[in-house]
Write a protein that binds this ligand. Structure first.
Ligand code: NIG
Ligand code: FE
Length: 382
């Protein structure tokens, strides 16, 4: 079955050869893109979806989200808006609620967020564990995550849970041993929150190395709450991505610039914690590959909207609208080491979003407005 998406006023392909096309069309065969070009040259197809002159973009690739949890922390957010700092201490509140919830509750919550994201144009979403922090609870959170995404991440090293408060080294041993063994069948990636109040550089190295030996690929929460070794460790270990990158030294930027590690910026977290935004311009000007993601979680960034994060990146981080859209699509794909998503060219996955706007510029120009009208995921209108 083939589908022609026609009468596209502006088509952002993210393909260096194709660029941004006007009066364009896309032909989809099954779950893949078969053809991209000018509307007047479009081949016939079995079905037709008319974009009515609107803009079409690759589906957003949200490469950093924490979706398996119970409860919320709206009160903590309100206190922060009133001046309380964000320390990550609230993670333990969500751990207690998550452990107490049954599978159906956790599944329903994660499914709701995936659906919410999908309606807003997100066609790939990475999902981390990290609110179970016991062997059984991490494994079940990842099992549920795996039902919803192939991009799943074991984050047993989110914080040291309360019952190990007096024995953090014992917890690191548990993460590297039994917990990793139970989680690995459901995960592609391994992540550590390497920051003050969580895990230090040596602990993070030990955990990521054990994960890599079990076949998981490292990524890292790094330099969110303060300066530290996280970003340089990510580069040293060949991690796919260093995420947050809020507090960077020149050495951190140089290390990223000379490496394939992506800097994933999460401005929803700075918005919701009243922290300074990361310096995207410094990274881009140094030649670092930048991705944008939501960090969707109940503590530091309870948004599933990639468009909102893109608008923040443009307004608060001085990214151009073109850089921000690339980072939210192709950049996310790089952070997940995928070349079949985040781009609209023959052979790529048929994941795209039609906007109720003549240009992608409206994503940042009209913040907070739900501009995504139709989403194609694996070639199927959602
Ligand atoms: O990426 N910083 C660590 N983890 C999450 C926040 C988790 C939470 O506060 O519940 C983050 O911001
Ligand atoms: Fe996160």
């Amino acid at each position: 079955m083939s589908l022609l998406v026609g009468d596209i006023g502006e088509l952002v392909t993210n393909d260096p050869e194709l660029g941004v096309l006007t009066d364009a069309a896309v032909v989809v065969e099954g779950d893949r893109i078969a053809w991209v070009g000018a509307m007047r040259d479009a081949p016939a197809a079995d079905e037709r979806l008319d974009a009515g002159g609107a803009a079409v973009i690759p589906g957003f690739v949200d490469s950093h989200a924490h979706l398996v949890f119970a409860g919320d922390r709206a009160g903590e957010f309100a206190a922060r808006m009133n001046g309380e700092p964000y320390t990550g201490g609230g993670i333990r509140t969500t751990v207690a609620a998550t452990r107490a919830a049954n599978d159906d509750t956790l599944r329903a919550g994660a499914r709701r967020l995936v659906g919410e994201a999908r309606r807003q144009g997100t066609t790939t979403i990475e999902i981390k564990s990290g609110y179970g922090l016991s062997v059984e609870d991490e494994a079940r959170c990842l099992r549920i995550a795996r039902e919803l995404s192939d991009e799943t991440t074991f984050l047993g090293a989110h914080v040291v849970p309360a019952e190990f408060a007096g024995d953090p080294d014992g917890y690191v041993r548990l993460v590297c041993g039994q917990m990793l063994a139970a989680a690995a069948p459901y995960a592609k990636w391994i992540d550590v929150f390497c920051d003050r109040g969580a895990f230090d550089g040596d602990q993070a190295r030990e955990i990521l190395t054990a994960g890599a030996a079990a076949g998981l690929i490292p990524r890292l929460h790094a330099n969110q709450l303060g300066p530290g070794p996280g970003v340089r460790l990510a580069v040293e270990l060949g991690a796919a991505s260093a995420d947050h990158c809020t507090h960077l030294s020149d050495a951190d930027v140089d290390a990223l610039a000379g490496s394939p590690t992506v800097a994933t910026l999460l401005p929803g977290a700075e918005f919701s914690t009243r922290s300074p935004y990361p310096d995207a311009r410094r990274l881009l000007d140094a030649g670092v590959t930048v991705a944008l993601a939501t960090d969707c979680n109940p503590g530091s960034s309870y948004t599933s909207s990639m468009a909102f994060c893109l608008a923040l990146a443009v307004r608060e981080m001085r990214m151009t609208p073109a850089e921000a859209l690339w980072a939210a699509t192709a950049g996310g794909a790089r952070a997940l080491r995928r070349d079949d998503i985040g781009v609209l060219r023959p052979g790529a996955r048929a994941d795209l979003a039609v906007l109720d706007a003549p240009s992608y510029l409206h994503l940042a120009y009209r913040p907070g407005v739900p501009l995504v009208t139709t989403v194609l995921h694996n070639g199927v209108p959602q």
